[in-house]
Write a protein of this length. Structure first.
Length: 478
């Protein structure tokens, strides 16, 4: 059968992956901590019933892979974003300034948000003022970072932004916390600070290595040498654990390039696929893979990730490694002889996914087993492979089966991750608290199963709220 190649006009699968991750991040933060749910529902190193951090406890749960998947998606987005600027004939100096500006805004977002988090405003008392300030924080962030639809005049966007920044400065200059402290650059959201560093360094690395994958991968070898050397006394250790601006940058954050740089390679593959469609969309291409093969591929990607989560958390490392290798080897046959742009993309992604995954499994016994904190080498590479398999899954659903409707809620949230990250803690929770609904809902959902159900419902509400912003073309952007 001869068909036109399936189109990829926008990386919807990547948006869906980002949306899935940000919603899982929301869910992980609101799951009840009453000691009744199994350990795999929490970070492997903070198990129930006491949730005390144990840095020596290896394992991998779904909560542990949320952040690296988001990092991977960020890396994959870099080639797509910066290539648009290159196509507009921006000079390298302009793009470099754009990268620094984006880093400044994302860093500002990390600092301002943390100052308006309810548990930071007052962790001991449940006062109306606490929740009102949290709501005010959401309003201020909305003014600071919202991009209005294009049909609004530019001066309105600028006016709203200036108003937001002015109000932010006014409020934070007067806000006093229970311990007597005021605004501090050291008070920031660590996840967003790491993302800030990755956005800046990852973008710069891609910009200067966009035509040379080997150089980009070679930088990971240098990084690996620095990380190993930093464990022993010497100039590398002195260099690695010191920073002129520790509130925004630490050399140790660069270890997450082990996830971000592979993400940029996936982004390059997606970009190439999109460009090939644009230049060859008039040429019929034989579709070699039947629909049944795509269905098996989707199920296989999900199966491999589940096997890794169950096996590594149960510490059945050898068995998990063997089963994974068998599954990956069997899957290799499914990706052979691609016939169009989608099939070729999946073939390339799968090859890279196997490489990073096998590399991570080879490192698994090293450093006492896989851990999120402090992150082990195996953690970086295994979660990178798992991220690629999820991207393949969403690509099959979105671009082959054309079932974007099934992923629409995830896509909307992936397009607006900044709002999704904030909306529960600074909008929904304050509203529930101020109206008294939160206590009533909690009282009605005290059993473990109902408590978990409550967490899923809250996450679904977050998803719908963010989708409303996205449908209205109200995006928070740095």
């Amino acid at each position: 059968m001869v068909k036109q190649p399936t189109s990829i006009k926008r990386a919807d699968a990547l948006d869906a992956l980002r949306g899935f991750t940000i919603l899982m991040m929301v869910l992980s933060g609101i799951i009840p901590r009453d000691g009744t749910l199994p350990a795999w529902m929490y970070h492997a190193q903070t198990p129930p019933p006491n949730y005390v951090f144990n840095p020596h406890l290896p394992g991998l749960t779904w909560v542990d892979i949320v952040f690296p998947i988001f990092l991977f998606a960020m890396g994959a987005s870099i080639p797509l974003a910066l290539s648009r600027l290159i196509n507009k004939n921006w000079r390298y100096s302009q793009i470099f300034f754009f990268i620094l500006k984006r880093g400044f805004l994302l860093g500002t977002f990390a600092i301002v948000l943390q100052h308006f988090r309810p548990h930071i405003i007052n962790s001991a008392e449940e006062t109306p003022e606490k929740w009102q300030l949290a709501l005010l924080g959401f309003f201020i962030l909305f003014l600071m970072f919202t991009r209005l639809p294009k049909f609004f005049p530019k001066f309105i966007n600028k006016f709203i932004s200036i108003a937001g920044w002015s109000l932010c400065i006014l409020v934070l200059s007067r806000l006093i916390y229970p311990d007597g402290s005021q605004f501090s650059l050291e008070r920031s959201d660590i996840i967003l600070i790491v993302l800030t560093n990755m956005a800046v360094f990852g973008s710069i690395i891609w910009l200067f290595t966009k035509s040379n994958w080997w150089l980009r991968l070679g930088l990971l070898g240098i990084l690996l040498g620095l990380i190993f050397s930093a464990t022993d006394d010497g100039w590398v250790k002195e260099f690695w654990f010191n920073s002129p601006l520790p509130w925004i940058f630490r050399f140790d954050y660069l270890k997450y390039l082990f996830i971000l740089i592979p993400g940029t390679i996936a982004g390059d593959l997606i970009l190439k696929c999109m460009r090939n469609y644009d230049t060859n969309n008039d040429d019929p291409i034989v579709e070699k893979w039947p629909a049944s093969r795509f269905l098996i591929i989707a199920l296989l990607m999900l199966t491999i990730d589940l096997v890794l989560l169950l096996g590594l958390q149960s510490r059945l490392v050898l068995q998990t490694t063997l089963i994974t290798i068998v599954l990956c080897g069997s899957g290799w046959l499914l990706f052979q002889q691609p016939g169009n742009q989608i099939e070729n993309l999946l073939n390339k992604l799968y090859g890279w996914g196997i490489y990073w995954l096998v590399l991570g499994l080879a490192f698994e016994p090293f450093q006492g087993g896989i851990k999120k904190d402090s992150a082990t080498i195996s953690y970086f590479f295994i979660t990178t492979g798992m991220s690629i398999f999820l991207l393949i899954l969403f690509t099959v659903i979105s671009d082959y089966f054309q079932q974007k409707g099934l992923l629409k809620l995830l896509i909307y949230n992936g397009e607006n991750p900044m709002i999704a990250y904030v909306v529960f803690g600074n909008l929904l929770l304050p509203l529930f608290k101020l109206t008294g609904w939160y206590e009533e809902i909690t009282q009605m959902t005290q059993t473990p199963s109902l408590g978990l159900f409550r967490g899923f419902v809250y996450t679904l509400i977050v998803a719908f709220v963010v989708s409303i912003f996205s449908r209205l073309k109200l995006f928070w952007r740095t």
